[in-house]
Design a protein. Structure first.
Lengths: 146, 133
């Protein structure tokens, strides 16, 4: 076993963290792409729990009235506009934020109940909550004795 | 409707400074900085950060902006797919102007931080009376 394993400074958590960072960077910089890179704005994160599917997008500064969300079968359509007010009579040092419109379709990985979909904007994050249909929820199966 | 169609961008990671207590990645927020005759205004996109999770620090001419995000997943949720990375925000700026610290205003709205940094009023030229001795 290498000596370093015995050194008190060796911190497995830091090692894991560094490895994870290197892997992330490998995807982002070396290959110039990420596993789920679509090239369409906005990127979304999808997660689930027992009852719901969640689709989230970072939309800082986008007002709910400038968003148009539709669901059609298993396609979720996100359209909207990010507006940045033009300041008159000022001089810019930096301008990194971008205004513009977007239109994206997200193919949902599971069927959902389209009648009970909810969307909410908080701190610049849009969260769309999509309930799973009753018949598709995981069910507990009781094991009977013979 | 705006003419321009938005395109996704990979978030830029902030250079690490020392070791952080909070785990996870740290990103550079995209900013606009503009100047009016009286103030420097900084606007930063920090989605996921609420008003009470922003820390601002101005020491000498170094401005530090930090924002901590709420957890990206609710309790009991698991990932299906992750197209964007989540993490806290950190960025530093060296300010050229003298700022009146007592009048700094910060507001957080829909994940956008707006910081108004009023310039210190320049010392006005004063006429000095020469008295007869």
């Amino acid at each position: 076993m290498p000596l370093s394993w015995w050194e008190p400074e060796w911190d497995p958590f830091r090692e894991f963290e560094q490895l994870r960072r290197r892997m992330d960077r490998l995807f982002e910089e070396e290959f110039g792409l990420r596993p789920w890179w679509t090239g369409v704005y906005p990127p979304v994160n999808i997660s689930e729990d027992h009852d719901h599917l969640y689709v989230r997008a970072e939309l800082p500064g986008v007002k709910p009235e400038d968003l148009d969300i539709q669901i059609q079968d298993r396609s979720l359509i996100l359209r909207g506009e990010k507006k940045i007010p033009v300041e008159k009579g000022v001089n810019y040092h930096r301008r990194e934020r971008e205004a513009g419109y977007f239109r994206r379709v997200v193919r949902l990985p599971r069927p959902v109940d389209p009648d009970r979909v909810e969307a909410r904007c908080q701190d610049g994050i849009l969260t769309i909550t999509l309930p799973k249909p009753e018949e598709l929820k995981p069910r507990k199966i009781a094991v009977k004795t013979a | 409707m705006a003419e321009k169609e938005l395109t996704p961008k990979v978030k830029a990671e902030a250079p690490t400074k020392g070791e952080r207590v909070r785990p996870g990645r740290v990103f550079l927020p995209a900013v606009d900085i503009y100047e009016t005759p009286d103030a420097l205004v900084l606007v930063a996109d920090m989605p996921g950060v609420s008003g009470d999770r922003v820390t601002l620090d101005l020491k000498d001419s170094l401005l530090i902006i930090q924002g901590e995000i709420a957890p990206p997943l609710g309790p009991g949720e698991t990932w299906i797919r992750q197209e964007y990375s989540t993490g806290d925000y950190y960025r530093e700026f060296q300010l050229g102007e003298l700022i009146d610290k007592s009048r700094i205003e910060a507001t957080m709205n829909d994940g956008v931080l707006t910081l108004v940094l009023p310039k210190v009023e320049r010392a006005k030229p004063r006429k000095i009376e020469v008295k007869a001795g």
